[in-house]
Write a protein that binds this ligand. Structure first.
Ligand SMILES: [Zn+2]
Length: 404
């Protein structure tokens, strides 16, 4: 009959991570309570919370409490934040040594399955060491000292849009996470619930072997990150990039793309792990929208499970002219040429009319203008004839006067 102790992270003066409306010391207990309630629907299990009111409690006291209850497992519930607000996904931290590593990791695989099933990205099941070579997280360090199986669950990142769905409905979302946690525990311990009609007694738990040595975190960057531009659509600015990335100690978790030679990068993108959650693809071909009208220098970043990164080679793509801008410029040019032609015509007709016309009438259709010109020519001709007649008559008159 397993004894479970759930530790809602933080409390009292220690507020934990805070982002927007979320404060860890307020939300962790909601998850913990839902986890406890769901677990208690299973038979043959005893569940305790390290604290049920908002209070200060040292990390050591939390583990001591679990030890005192003779806990089979201590689950520490938390939410994450990242300094640059760029990380997203769920992670589970486990003790780095012996039996506790084996138990922690075995449980964590089931827990991670629950979290990824609901759509969260897996940031892995990891160990972390301090300078002295013992577990970095106090709760895991004390758990190791007091020999209490323990796992630290960082459900998701409160400060990243990609994880927002997991807490979007407030209390309801938090309770759903607690139920997921409880389900993982029930599967791990093979519990049964008549009330829920669930029987996990035959659940296939794949035991992680006890490590011979310390299960060390990966402290080195990925060894390989190379890119190749396989194609480029000048019309859309869409580049197809083949990226080869690997790390012999862990797996590739995220990648990011820079179009300015590494000065700025895209948000972190998910690197595929198609076969197993802890084995990443060696190579990935993806498309990326390049900016127009600026010199493009392609470069990528490959992050491993421990957020250590390696930058790739740089590919100078040159400047891709914005086809939309080119089209607009061509239209503009055509319009200008047309305007120029009209202006030339206006000047010509204006000269012909010697200032007797205005630009509006000058811009009228050619046929109409010719009509006017023909009429004017006619009038001029008529006047010439009249003048000639007048001159002839004048001569006749002069001659008549001479004769006189
Ligand atoms: Zn926390």
């Amino acid at each position: 009959m397993p004894i479970i102790v759930i530790d809602p992270g933080h409390g009292g003066e220690n507020r934990g991570g805070e982002y927007g409306e979320f404060v860890e010391k307020e939300i962790n207990p909601i998850v913990a309570q839902a986890m406890k309630e769901h677990l208690e629907k299973f038979e043959d299990v005893t569940v305790f919370l390290t604290h049920e009111v908002d209070m200060d409690m040292t990390i050591k006291d939390r583990v001591a409490y679990a030890k005192e209850k003779n806990a089979d497992f201590l689950y520490c519930l938390h939410f994450n934040l990242s300094v640059n607000h760029n990380l997203y996904g769920a992670e589970v931290w486990v003790p780095s040594r012996g039996e506790l590593y084996s138990k922690g990791f075995t449980f964590a695989e089931i827990e991670m399955q629950e979290l990824t099933d609901m759509g969260l990205f897996s940031r892995g099941i990891k160990t972390r060491l301090n300078d002295r070579g013992t577990d970095y997280y106090g709760i895991l360090r004390y758990a190791a000292e007091m020999d209490v199986p323990c796992a630290l669950i960082e459900h998701c990142h409160l400060d990243h849009a990609k994880d927002a769905f997991a807490v979007a409905d407030g209390e309801e979302s938090l309770k759903a996470l607690g139920i997921r946690d409880a389900e993982a525990v029930a599967k791990y311990f093979g519990l049964k619930s008549e009330e829920l009609g669930i029987d996990y007694s035959g659940y296939p738990v794949s035991q992680i072997p006890v490590p011979a040595d310390i299960a060390r975190p990966d402290e080195t960057e990925p060894e390989v990150n190379e890119i190749e531009l396989t194609s480029m659509d000048q019309e859309t600015g869409m580049a197809t990039i083949r990226m080869t990335a690997s790390d012999s100690d862990s797996y590739i978790q995220y990648y990011a793309v820079s179009t300015d030679g590494g000065n700025t990068y895209s948000e972190l993108l998910e690197w595929p792990r198609p076969e197993q959650w802890d084995v990443s693809a060696m190579e990935y071909t993806f498309t990326f929208q390049l900016p127009f009208d600026t010199a493009v220098e392609l470069r990528t970043m490959a992050y491993n499970e421990y957020d250590k990164f390696t930058e790739s080679n740089t590919i100078g793509v040159g400047t891709i002219e914005d086809p939309e801008r080119l089209r607009q410029e061509m239209q503009q040019q055509k319009a200008e040429e047309l305007l120029e032609k009209q202006q030339t015509y206006t000047e010509v007709t204006a000269e012909a009319f010697a200032g007797h016309t205005d630009p509006v009438s000058a811009a009228k259709p050619t046929g109409y203008s010719i009509g006017i010109m023909v009429s004017i020519a006619g009038i001029v001709l008529l006047m010439l004839i009249l003048l000639m007649v007048l001159i002839r008559n004048l001569r006749g008159l002069l001659r008549y006067k001479k004769r006189k």
